[in-house]
Design a protein around this ligand. Structure first.
Ligand code: GAL
Length: 356
């Protein structure tokens, strides 16, 4: 019941935000104040931050608040760099901090520094734990894990009992990675056997590839029937390592609907990915930042406990993408264009999947 109410309120919010006519969020009908808004993103290992989050956020904020300026910084997976970037932007007068933390716990220091200056903080995509953040904008991240688990079980079918899977999680300092892992274990435990499981420091595909290459020779004589990979970067790494070892193609999960991944799905190298509507996520955060710049604190549909209290939250819904649903999800939503997806060698696979 509560969940239905939250989802209804949320889709109303998402729709109104997308249409630029929100009731609860500021519409930007005047030029408004001139203020610096800091956008602190965690890494470049995943294409979403530079290709999606940053431009979507900046564009929406400039529409809503033409006098605002986005101070964008990328921490390149370094907790220390992110702290330094936060300190710099605060010293330079940032009025709102939007942060996707490299380290969900360590970033408490960043939140404390912002609070000391009276600067509100939006925890973006990843939750800062045990700190007084003002808002949290993300997806239902445990659901990401359960969608991955359900898809893997579906792909394995009866083969689930014929062998074991490899299991690759994300960064141990990212609270999202913890939630993906929890959701996936809830769906897969007792239904698959796990040959080996590892976290991936910094979500770095090089680390995932090195781990897979190291673990495979220790598993000689055993059958790997599938791979749980927490995102597309780690999925690509596992696939490359398995191909290099001469192993057959098996179902592999992922997340982020990166263009190269969608191409892997088209040709059958990867089974699924999870699409998260980044434009909605980034625009929702931009609308909130605009409100905060103007001293407003809109009511939002949910709260999430981060260990320091219940954080007002907006949680969007992730979506499974397989070969059969590329056209009806990411292409339909304009997340990827047929031109980009179907270029060169992928033209035939696109046609076969009913795209373009
Ligand atoms: C997660 C994020 C994913 C993926 C990953 C690696 O926190 O939700 O979309 O990008 O980090 O950066």
């Amino acid at each position: 019941m509560r969940r239905v109410a939250v989802l209804l309120a949320l889709s109303a919010l998402a729709l109104s935000t997308a249409a630029g006519c929100s009731q609860s969020l500021e519409t930007g009908d005047d030029a408004g104040p001139s203020a610096k808004v800091a956008l602190l993103l965690p890494d470049r290992n995943t294409s979403r931050y530079e290709a999606g989050d940053q431009p979507y956020f900046a564009q929406k904020l400039s529409e809503l608040c033409p006098g605002c300026e986005v101070d964008y910084r990328n921490a390149e997976q370094s907790t220390g760099t992110q702290l330094q970037q936060a300190q710099e932007t605060l010293a330079q007068g940032a009025k709102v901090l939007v942060i996707s933390p490299v380290d969900s716990v360590a970033a408490g220091e960043i939140v404390a520094a912002a609070k000391a200056k009276g600067v509100p903080v939006i925890s973006y995509d990843r939750l800062v734990l045990k700190a007084a953040v003002d808002y949290y904008v993300s997806f239902d991240n445990a659901k990401v894990g359960s969608l991955q688990a359900a898809a893997l079980l579906q792909a394995l079918g009866a083969k689930a009992s014929a062998g074991e899977i490899l299991w690759i999680n994300g960064s141990p300092t990212d609270n999202n990675a913890t939630l993906f892992k929890q959701g996936a274990h809830a769906g897969l435990d007792g239904k698959v056997r796990v040959a080996a499981e590892s976290d991936t420091a910094g979500w770095d595909p090089d680390n995932a590839r090195a781990w897979t290459a190291r673990i495979l020779p220790t598993l000689r004589g055993r059958t790997i029937v599938g791979v749980y990979a927490a995102n597309d970067g780690t999925a690509g790494a596992a696939i490359a390592a398995m191909q290099a070892a001469g192993l057959p193609q098996v179902p592999v999960t992922g997340q982020d609907a990166e263009t190269t991944t969608l191409q892997r799905i088209l040709v059958g190298d990867q089974y699924m990915t999870v699409y998260k509507a980044l434009r909605t996520e980034a625009e929702t955060a931009a609308a909130l930042a605009n409100d905060l710049v103007r001293g407003k604190r809109p009511a939002v549909p949910a709260t999430v406990d981060n260990g320091a209290g219940r954080v007002p939250s907006i949680l969007l819904d992730p979506v499974t993408v397989t070969r059969d649903t590329i056209a009806s999800t990411v292409v339909k939503d304009g997340f990827v264009t047929p031109g980009a997806l179907c270029a060169g060698a992928y033209a035939d696979a696109c046609k076969a999947a009913g795209i373009g």
